[in-house]
Structure formats: C-alpha cells, structure tokens
Write a protein that binds this ligand. Structure first.
Ligand code: A3P
Length: 353
C-alpha cells in the first residue's frame, strides 16, 4: 500500500531587514536575497528549498537506505567514503571508478544555487577566471540546481541508496530511523566555522567578501546556511541511542580512526580483520584523501568555480580555529557554546581537555 503523504509541517519566514542588510555586506544577492528561515528552529535554507521540501519530507524510504547526515564541513566526505567502503565490502576499484557524488545523491544541494542568479555568478567567476567556459558552467549549474528526489526514486530496488545531506533530522522523513540507517557526524563548531569560511571563499558562486571575523559574526548569530548549528547537532544527538543511528565526532575519527572504523563496521553488521582495517585507514588518510580524485571535488576546477588556494579537502586538523579567533571571539565562542550546551549532555571531544 502506498504511504499517504504527510503535509509539510513547517512554515517559511522571511529574514528581518537588518539581517538581510548584514548579509548584503558580505555576500552577493544569490545568497542574501535567497536566504529564508524555516520551521520553529528557524533553520536558514534557500528559497529554492520550497520546491522540494515536501518531497524530501515525504520521500519514500527503503530499509536498505543509508543516510550520511551532518552540518557542513564536519567530515561528511570522509564519513561518506568510510561508510560506502564498509557497506560495499571494501570495493576500492568501484570507489575509484565512481566519484562520490555519483555514489551519494546530495539531497539539499539543489537549494544552494539559483538559475536566476546565473549572470551574477558569471560576473563573479570571470573576475578571477581567464578561461571561463560559459557552456560548461551552464551545464554544471543545471546539474547543481536539480533536486535529486526523482533520481533517488528512480533507482532500482536492488540498488542500495547512499544519501548525503546537510539537512537537520527534523527536515528529513519522520520515519527515517524506523526504516533506514543514518550516520551523523559532528565537529567542534569553531573548526566548522573556520572550515565553512574557507568553503565560502572556495565556491566562487557564494561570492563571500569578508574576513573570518565577518564570517564568524554571521555563523554564530545563526545567519549562515542551515544554522542554528547547535540545534542541528542536538537533533541528531537526541537520537544517538536509536539502533539505526550512529553518531560520530570528527575529532574521534582523527584521534582513533581504527576504532571508528570498528564502530561503523559493527553498525552495519560487518567484520573486518586487522589487515583490512589498516588498508582502509591508509585509504582514508588525509594525504591519500586529498589526492583521491573520486572524493576531492577537484574536477570542479575545470568549470572555473573553485577559488585558487582553497580546497574541499583542506587541512584536516582539529583545533585549527585557534589561529583565527582573537580574544574577543574566543570568549564569545565560549559563552555561545556554554549557553547552547546547558540543556544537553552533548559534549564535543575537543572540549574535554
Ligand atoms: P578543514 O577545512 O578543517 O580541513 P565536509 O566533508 O563535511 O565538507 O568536511 C570537510 C572537512 O573535513 C575539511 O576540514 C576537510 O579537510 C576535512 N577532511 C576531509 N577528509 C579528511 C581526511 N581524510 N582526514 C582528515 N580530515 C579530512
């Protein structure tokens, strides 16, 4: 029997004029004019999200589905590759052949780009790109703005679906954990902020014009995509004991990758021997990952959309935020973290020292 569609339960709400003004200082209109808040937590999404929000919420699930969920820049790509390899019996050949983007439809990517902003994007890109290829870019943009729910629905039932998303749990199908497996990865928000700042500079279409301090101001005031950050993490943390949820920290992956591999393998009911774990650790090491064309997104350089000097696989360290925060920002961050951790037992491994 077909499941009945649920009504989409959340309302969209325009940002306040002063919030738009602040965003306008640092971003082009493709961002500042397209941000909108969603639901009781006020998650920042793009207006384009409206076109697939209900489809995502009502997405028919399969028991074999695997979701990798995170706030952006928390180690998603790393976790995706780890999960995929474990679930695919360490098929390194296939992992090399098929780029991660083909192995994992990215549920919310479509909302971040806007076909109507094409000329603005081109203006920004051509400021720094000498060999701009309009046709190649147009093709890429069409791909970027296309929702992936139809692609997912069309996948044969015999195919295990791996799904990447930065959406918080409350925007995903309510029965997700009753049906399919989810791996959530979280990271110290100060490192997420720094990594997101570099990401905002990397993707030329985002047209971010500012310093880290400016970015931080937006991020910790819940004025960056899919913030409020802590709400995002807490929603998943509250479900961490569900048998279909595995909650990981980026810092644990860094500190003890073999132990994390063991947890992922247990979660999926797989057993790996020492040799297999060692090879997987090597494959997932930062240096190998950075040079792995199947996961590093470097192919996007050809379309001219990535800024020089920035990369998706960037530093791969914990605590790098210290070099970016002055005393005032450090104290601000401490207060912000304390306020947000008061009502929860969520603790980031990096905060235990
Ligand atoms: P930094 O920008 O701090 O280096 P996401 O995949 O969610 O966008 O997360 C990206 C972050 O994970 C980046 O952080 C990136 O360098 C880091 N990362 C990716 N692969 C990694 C690996 N194999 N080892 C350590 N960190 C990795």
């Amino acid at each position: 029997m077909e499941e009945k569609e649920l009504p989409f339960p959340y309302e969209f709400e325009e940002l306040k004029p002063e919030e738009h003004e602040l965003l306008k200082t640092f971003f082009g209109s493709a961002i500042h004019a397209n941000y909108i808040r969603l639901g009781p937590k006020g998650y920042i999404v793009f207006k384009n999200y409206k076109k697939d929000a209900a489809n995502i919420y009502n997405m028919p699930l399969r028991p074999t589905d695997v979701f990798v969920v995170s706030y952006q820049r928390s180690g998603t790509t790393w976790t995706q590759e780890l999960v995929w390899l474990i679930e695919n019996d360490l098929n390194y050949e296939k992992a090399a052949e098929l780029p991660l983007t083909k192995r994992y439809p990215f549920l919310d990517r479509f909302m971040c780009f806007d076909e109507n902003s094409k000329e603005e994007y081109i203006d920004t890109i051509t400021k720094t790109e000498e060999n701009f290829n309009r046709e190649k870019f147009s093709e890429l943009l069409t791909y970027l703005v296309t929702p992936v729910t139809p692609w997912l629905a069309a996948m044969p039932l015999t195919t295990r679906r791996f799904i990447k998303t930065h959406l918080p749990m409350s925007l995903l199908p309510p029965k997700l954990l009753d049906t399919a497996k989810t791996v959530y990865v979280a990271r110290d928000p100060r490192d997420v902020a720094v990594s997101s700042y570099h990401h905002a500079k990397l993707i030329k279409m985002f047209n971010f014009q500012g310093e880290f301090k400016d970015f931080w101001k937006l991020f910790h005031r819940d004025l960056y995509m899919l913030t409020p950050y802590f709400e995002h993490v807490k929603e998943a943390w509250e479900k961490r004991d569900d048998p279909n949820m595995l909650f990981l920290f980026y810092e644990d992956l860094l500190k003890d990758l073999p132990a994390c591999i063991g947890r992922v393998a247990d979660f999926f009911g797989k057993q790996l021997n020492e040799e297999q774990i060692n090879r997987l650790c090597d494959h997932l090491s930062f240096e190998n990952f950075k040079n792995n064309e199947s996961v590093n997104y470097e192919n996007l350089r050809g379309a001219g959309v990535l800024a020089k000097g920035e990369a998706i696989i960037r530093k791969g360290k914990s605590g790098g935020w210290r070099a970016y925060f002055d005393d005032e920002m450090t104290q601000q961050a401490e207060r912000w973290i304390e306020d947000n951790l008061r009502d929860t037992d969520l603790r980031f491994p990096s905060m235990n020292q």
